[in-house]
Design a protein around this ligand. Structure first.
Ligand SMILES: [Zn+2]
Ligand SMILES: [Zn+2]
Length: 255
């Protein structure tokens, strides 16, 4: 497939230094994904509900309804981001204790007198951990959004609460540079077979292509295509690009 072959071809121009530094500063988000994460998604037309929800959460946090969880409000910072605003809640599974309806309603009436729960609702909640009695059958959409956050398509708007949480133990290999979960080139090729599609499809395909992995034959570290395009330097013998860590030769990532 074209995009992977390019990685190994000769005489690939390397980006200018100032361009590299600019991208490096903006390319990795500091948001940590703990054992469990919930993301509230808001579209552009839901700005007021987003702001209402933030005010609601601030009071709930102050009254210890979200102990030991990170809560960030985030705003779209790149045009390819799927949503306008996000609220990311992350931490240990045991700390996710949903508020009962009476408590929620009581807080709502104090911070937004006369408003209904609908006035603070998001356009959807996505999580990597099922609520009791539920099963998550497809983790794909969550991972896509997580990768958008990791690749800094959103910037942190407000830190509502920050605690030290452990980054979730990897079940698949991640890019050693930016932490994105690596995809297999042939999987991406099959999933996005069609060359044409909606703007969303094209953007999604671009994100998947950027997450395609390569692996170093010397140190075994994996890197995503997006990082290789930005930071890759030529490998003197192969004519392709060299490992970002040890300078070794690269090959396709296979889990
Ligand atoms: Zn990367
Ligand atoms: Zn290496």
């Amino acid at each position: 497939m074209g995009f992977l072959n390019k990685l190994f071809e000769k005489k690939r121009p390397t980006p200018l230094n100032n361009e590299k530094n600019h991208l490096k500063e903006n390319s990795i988000s500091r948001v940590t994904f703990g054992e469990a994460t919930k993301i509230l998604k808001f579209r552009k037309e839901s700005e007021i509900r987003f702001q209402n929800q933030v005010i609601f959460l601030k009071t709930a946090i102050k009254e210890s309804k979200y102990p030991s969880l990170n809560v960030f409000s985030m705003r779209k910072s790149k045009p390819t981001a799927s949503f306008e605003n996000l609220i990311v809640i992350s931490g240990d599974k045991k700390n996710f204790r949903p508020m009962d309806n009476i408590t929620s309603e009581e807080i709502l009436q104090r911070v937004h007198p006369g408003k209904k729960m609908e006035d603070i609702w998001s356009d959807g909640v996505i999580s990597d951990t099922a609520d009791p009695g539920c099963v998550i059958t497809d983790i794909g959409p969550f991972n896509n959004l997580r990768d958008e956050i990791k690749h800094a398509l959103y910037s942190i708007n407000e830190v509502l609460q920050e605690v030290k949480i452990e980054e979730k133990v990897a079940t698949s290999i991640k890019c050693s540079n930016c932490g994105i979960t690596l995809l297999v080139d042939t999987d991406v090729e099959i999933q996005y077979k069609s060359p044409m599609g909606s703007i969303d499809y094209i953007a999604e395909r671009q994100r998947a292509t950027d997450a395609v992995g390569v692996k170093c034959v010397l140190c075994n570290k994996g890197f995503c295509l997006a990082c290789m395009k930005i930071y890759g330097k030529p490998h003197p013998q192969s004519g392709g690009l060299a490992c970002l860590d040890c300078g070794g030769q690269l090959t396709q990532y296979r889990p």
